[in-house]
Design a protein around this ligand. Structure first.
Ligand SMILES: N[C@@H](CCC(=O)N[C@@H](CS)C(=O)NCC(=O)O)C(=O)O
Ligand SMILES: *[C@@H]1O[C@H](CO)[C@@H](O)[C@H](O)[C@H]1NC(C)=O
Ligand SMILES: *[C@@H]1O[C@H](CO)[C@@H](O)[C@H](O)[C@H]1NC(C)=O
Length: 221
C-alpha cells in the first residue's frame, strides 16, 4: 500500500527531533514540512487545532499530535524494526514515566535556565533545579548503555534532543554538564554515534544562536 507520511516540524525543536529519530529508526520515508511558528500555516492549524504546535505527523491524511504519542504511534505502526518501547508491561510503564519526567521536569527547568535575567540567586536556583533533574536522569541510566538497557529506545528518544540545547543551557546557566553528569554526556555521545540521531539533531551552536536571538527579542540580555 502506498503510504503518505508528512511531518510538520521545526528543525531546532527537541520535540520534533523525537519524531525524526523514531522515523529514522524505523526507516520510514516521509516529507518534512518545516513550519514558521511566528506565522502558523493553515495546514498546522487544521492538523493540530487544539495545541497549534509542532510536531504533527500526518499519516495518510490523518494527524497525530504530541511528540511522545507520535513516537509510540510510529512504534506500533511500523513494526518491521526492533520495538522502541519495551514489550513487558512494567518496563513499558517505566519508560513512559521517564519520558514524562523529561517533559514535566527537564523541559521546564531548562526553560528557566534559558530565560535567566540576573546572575546571582536567580541563576543559582535555575541551575540547581536543572542539574538536579539531569542527575536524576543520570541515576536512572546507571551503568546501562541506554535507558532501556542494551538497545536504544523510547526514553533515549525522549531525551536526546535536549543534547542540542546543552551549550545554550551551559552558557546561560554558567555550568558544565560534563563536569556534573559525565555518564549522561557519555550516553549522549553514544546516541550521537547512531545516524538516526546525528542526522536528526541540529548542532549546539545553531541552537545557542537561536536562543540569543529569542532573548534579544524579549529584551533579556
Ligand atoms: N508537548 C508537546 C510540545 C510541543 C511544543 O512545545 N512545540 C513547540 C515548538 S518546540 C511549538 O510548536 N510551539 C508553538 C506555540 O506554542 O505556539 C509535544 O511533545 O509535542
Ligand atoms: C516567519 O514569520 C514571521 C512573521 O510573519 C516573519 O517575520 C519571518 O520572516 C518568517 N520566517 C521565515 C524563516 O520565513
Ligand atoms: C560562573 O561559574 C564559575 C565557577 O563556578 C564562577 O567562578 C563564576 O563566578 C561564575 N560566573 C558568573 C557570572 O556567575
Amino acid at each position: 500500500m502506498a503510504e503518505e507520511v508528512i511531518l510538520l516540524d521545526v528543525l531546532l525543536s527537541m520535540f520534533g527531533a523525537r519524531v525524526r529519530i523514531a522515523l529514522a529508526e524505523k526507516e520510514v520515508k516521509y516529507e518534512n514540512k518545516e513550519q514558521n511558528l511566528s506565522d502558523k500555516s493553515p495546514l498546522l492549524l487544521e492538523m493540530n487545532p487544539i495545541h497549534k504546535k509542532i510536531p504533527v505527523l500526518i499519516h495518510n491524511g490523518k494527524p497525530v499530535c504530541e511528540s511522545l504519542i507520535i513516537v509510540e504511534y510510529i512504534d506500533n505502526v511500523w513494526q518491521r524494526k526492533a520495538p522502541l518501547l519495551p514489550t513487558d508491561p512494567y518496563q513499558r510503564s517505566q519508560a513512559r514515566f521517564w519520558a514524562d519526567f523529561v517533559d514535566k521536569k527537564l523541559y521546564v527547568a531548562g526553560n528557566k535556565v534559558l530565560t535567566i535575567t540576573t546572575k546571582g540567586e536567580e541563576q543559582e536556583t535555575a541551575k540547581k533545579e536543572f542539574l538536579d533533574t539531569l542527575k536524576m536522569l543520570e541515576a536512572e541510566l546507571g551503568d546501562k548503555p541506554y535507558f532501556g538497557g542494551e538497545s536504544f529506545g523510547f526514553v533515549d528518544i525522549a531525551l536526546v534532543g535536549f543534547y542540542s540545547w546543552f551549550h545554550a543551557y551551559e552558557t546561560f546557566g554558567n555550568f558544565s554538564v560534563e563536569a556534573e553528569c559525565p555518564k549522561l554526556i557519555a550516553w549522549a555521545k553514544r546516541c550521537m554515534e547512531k545516524e538516526s540521531v546525528s542526522k536528526s539533531l541540529p548542532d549546539q551552536k545553531t541552537v545557542y544562536e537561536y536562543v540569543v536571538q529569542v532573548r534579544k527579542k524579549f529584551g533579556i540580555e
